[in-house]
Design a protein around this ligand. Structure first.
Ligand code: ADP
Length: 435
């Protein structure tokens, strides 16, 4: 058996691929910038893994927005309908209704998915968090269903006109869907409501993505198509690296997580740290350590079982580490049905720290590039998602790392709760003003 120091050295050596060298960090930044360039180019030399999608939102709130608006947020197993009243660009009333989407609707004909409300004419902003290609602010073609949805007859169709048709089938509903967006765009708009200096919105939840304000003159692929000066661009960074450009940081554990995922070889970047994956990444690393004799007393217990450790466990271990506690690490070892000893608790804390740090680092590298690119005197970064909200170290790490990567570019991180709901209502109001 290994002595303590030998064991420690062996663990550090085994896990070193999770620690990005300065050179690798620099390369991530360069590759991101290059993928953005290709994603914005008219005739790129090769396809970019970043779609750099047009949101067709050219400006944020200007403080004149008044009236009643609706929002519909569809993306998980729940969907929500929001009713808001705006006065001078501020919410003066908010109401939310939650509906569960039953399995037969998630998997049945798309036509059956419809909203419910009654009364006067309302403009509605539709948050549709699935891959889509937007043709205008109110035309979004579904590319593919993901998550637990698979309704027939919708892929390749415009989700807005389908929703409008379904709504208008009911005589008593006078609602027009005037904007479609995703949760990331909603977060940016919600952020700008909270702070007008906001120019970047980020989701760190199940998956991850970012949207920012770009100068139209830098968007080669739209040359001559947009008279506007600026546009919100949906980066779709969850798929960053799907073309292999990030393989230099890929570890055996990332490969394992990918192979057990629903859509293999896609959403490369979000699989490096997203809430749906971080628990499994952590588990895969522990599995290797157990096999190498660095964790437990032989055997792997349930560590080989996909999904047996969640991201919440990782973030709770981190929280307790900071507080000098270890109940969750203890529980995780017990639930893994390992024969273990006290020093294994330290191993779990070490691994939780590594996978969390790498996630915060990767997002911070991208944010640093964007802050430098936007060159604003100050940029507020709006962030939503349970991973960011609940993980105790992500925020402080990001604050520290972004400041290091974008020196001279002041920023604030601001939690923009419910960007996908309220942000959609705000976009409906902006759309109303623009038309
Ligand atoms: P979505 O991204 O689907 O809109 P959320 O923002 O709520 O929804 O993110 C859900 C993800 O957040 C889940 O994958 C889960 O792993 C992660 N999560 C939930 N609670 C926590 C927590 N306490 N710590 C870290 N991650 C969490």
């Amino acid at each position: 058996t290994l002595t303590n120091t030998e064991k420690k050295q062996k663990i550090e050596a085994l896990l070193s691929p999770l620690i990005l060298t300065e050179a690798q960090q620099q390369q991530v930044r360069e590759v991101f910038l290059e993928e953005m360039r290709l994603g914005l180019a008219e005739n790129p030399e090769r396809p970019s893994s970043l779609l750099m999608e047009n949101t067709f939102i050219p400006q944020l709130l200007d403080g004149t927005e008044c009236g009643e608006y609706l929002a519909l947020d569809l993306g998980g197993t729940n969907f929500r309908v929001l009713y808001v009243v705006l006065k001078d660009g501020k919410f003066v009333e908010e109401n939310v209704d939650y509906f569960e989407v039953p399995r037969e609707l998630r998997l049945g004909p798309g036509e059956d998915l419809k909203g419910s409300s009654a009364g006067r004419n309302f403009k509605l902003g539709f948050t549709f968090s699935f891959p889509m290609t937007q043709k205008s602010l109110d035309v979004g073609i579904l590319v593919s269903w993901t998550k637990s949805f698979n309704c027939s007859g919708v892929v390749g169709q415009d989700a807005v006109s389908m929703l409008n048709k379904a709504i208008h089938k009911r005589d008593n509903l006078n609602i027009d869907v005037n904007a479609i967006l995703n949760d990331t765009t909603g977060t940016l708009v919600m952020g700008s409501y909270l702070d007008h200096r906001c120019a970047l919105g980020i989701i760190m939840g199940t998956g991850s993505n970012g949207a920012y304000i770009e100068k139209v003159e830098r968007i080669e692929k739209w040359l001559g198509k947009h008279p506007e000066k600026e546009m919100l661009v949906d980066i779709e960074w969850g798929a960053f690296g799907d073309n292999g450009v990030l393989d230099f940081i890929r570890t055996q554990w990332d490969n394992a997580v990918d192979e057990q995922s629903l859509l293999v070889h896609s959403y490369t970047f979000e699989k490096y740290y997203g809430g749906k994956y971080m628990g499994d990444l952590f588990r895969e690393v522990l599995l290797t350590l157990a096999k190498e004799g660095c964790l437990g007393k032989g055997g792997v217990g349930k560590l080989a079982t996909h999904g047996s450790i969640t991201t919440t466990t990782v973030s709770t271990i981190e929280k307790e580490s900071m507080e000098g506690e270890q109940a969750t690490a203890r529980k995780a070892l017990e639930e893994a049905e390992l024969e273990w000893e006290e020093e294994d608790l330290e191993v779990l804390k070490y691994v939780a720290g590594l996978v969390s740090y790498r996630g915060a680092l990767l997002v911070s590298l991208l944010v640093g590039v964007l802050l430098q690119r936007m060159e604003r005197p100050h940029c507020t970064v709006a962030i939503d998602g349970s991973l960011y909200r609940h993980h105790p170290r992500i925020r402080p790490l990001m604050e520290h790392l972004i400041a290091k990567f974008a020196p001279g570019h002041p920023f604030d991180l601001r939690q923009a709760h419910d960007g996908s709901g309220k942000g959609a209502a705000l976009v409906a109001a902006i759309a109303d003003r623009l038309h």
